[in-house]
Design a protein. Structure first.
Length: 226
């Protein structure tokens, strides 16, 4: 083989161009198409692009996979997904998946960006090695396809710092109080009694506009929703 420097430069690079390299399974030299290299990088989570994480959609759940729990496969009908804590590069990103709790998220097919959806999300981890995303569809197009790869990322569109404060409420011990905030998200909640003390209650989200809160004692106070 001639020296690499003696070959002419190709100033018009296309996805069908090839490069030469060594296959990891042995010492044989092979051609690699740029399109195939790009597909590998898109699906492998080796490159971190704007905080997005890559998963394969499959009905067979395991490392690097996300699956539908309820709804689907059309993106506008999905209400819950589960993601393995290991992404497509077998990295444990459990803490990062928790970050999406209460945020708007975008799910995009890596080889067809016209297939996408934005959701408000609530993240839970009741089952080991996975995170469950309870979702409310906001906008998007298309359906999930078995075996395709999808990018999960934060979507700032519509994610403004909206808040809601109730009037004074007389809470009764061990009785659920429904709060309707209409913020179109799963918010953080703070309750303050008439003396200015922070009171902790049990919060159960009904949907992205309503939740219930229950306290062990009776008191009067306000609920701050953000």
């Amino acid at each position: 083989m001639a020296r690499i420097s003696t070959y002419n430069l190709d100033n018009t690079v296309s996805k069908n161009d090839k490069v030469i390299g060594t296959d990891s399974s042995g010492s044989s030299t092979k051609n690699f198409k740029l399109q195939n290299i790009a597909n590998f990088l898109n699906n492998s989570s080796l490159i971190n692009v704007n905080g997005q994480v890559i998963y394969k959609y499959s009905s067979v759940f395991g490392p690097g996979v996300f699956s539908v729990v309820s709804g689907g496969p059309s993106l506008n009908s999905i209400t819950e997904l589960k993601f393995n804590n290991l992404n497509s590069n077998q990295d444990d990103i459990a803490d990062y998946l928790n970050y999406f709790n209460g945020l708007f998220v975008m799910l995009t097919q890596t080889d067809d960006q016209n297939t996408f959806a934005q959701y408000s999300s609530l993240v839970s981890s009741d089952t080991p090695n996975q995170k469950n995303f309870t979702l409310v569809f906001r906008e998007g197009n298309g359906s999930l396809i078995e075996g395709k790869y999808y990018a999960l990322s934060y979507s700032p569109k519509g994610q403004t710092d909206k808040n809601f404060v109730t009037s004074n409420i007389n809470f009764t011990a061990n009785t659920a109080q429904t709060i309707s905030h209409n913020l179109a998200k799963f918010p953080s909640v703070t309750t303050v009694d008439s003396a200015g003390s922070h009171i902790i209650g049990d919060i159960q989200h009904i949907d992205n506009n309503n939740f219930t809160i229950t306290f062990k004692a009776s008191f009067q106070g306000k609920v701050y929703v953000n």
